[in-house]
Design a protein around this ligand. Structure first.
Ligand SMILES: [Zn+2]
Length: 160
């Protein structure tokens, strides 16, 4: 009983962390939209006739689904791995945002650490979306190193 209550309290705390901690609303919004799979990927746009292709704008190898864009492309997996390893000193592969959030929720990190990790994840998601848009509009993708360094400085700024 106590254990259950504690877990539920944990859950509430975590949701509060996700939706309320960020100084930067755009990071909070993108996290919510990625969780709900509401980003306007080419796969989605092709379905409703707005895009002529459903393929990934960067690798062109498969449809641009949420999973492909945020968790399967090399750019995305490397950025996420680098930020996780920077914040945690370790890094495991993440296959989806829900599994990542479940893992964080169940982890034994302090509330503050979870706060920073949540911010880090949101900033990576934002950076991935930003680079995807740049690849479309400006025909350029920043290097993984450049992106990771930018993401780190945003994490530092937004969790002060
Ligand atoms: Zn791709």
């Amino acid at each position: 009983m106590y254990e259950r209550l504690r877990r539920e309290k944990d859950h509430v705390t975590w949701d509060t962390i996700i939706w309320n901690i960020f100084n930067v609303p755009k990071h909070r919004f993108i996290l919510r939209f990625v969780i709900q799979e509401k980003m306007q990927t080419t796969k989605k746009l092709a379905k409703i006739g707005i895009s002529s292709t459903d393929h990934c704008l960067i690798c062109d190898a498969e449809p641009e689904s949420h999973i492909h864009l945020f968790f399967q492309r090399r750019y995305s997996t490397e950025c996420l791995k680098a930020i996780k390893s920077w914040l945690l000193g370790m890094s495991s592969a993440s296959t989806s945002l829900s599994s990542l959030i479940r893992w964080l929720r169940n982890s034994r990190h302090s509330k503050f650490k979870k706060h920073v990790l949540a911010a880090g994840i949101a900033i990576v998601m934002y950076g991935i979306w930003h680079s995807r848009n740049n690849s479309y509009w400006k025909k350029c993708i920043p290097s993984i190193d450049t992106s990771v360094n930018q993401m780190k400085s945003i994490v530092i700024r937004s969790t002060k």
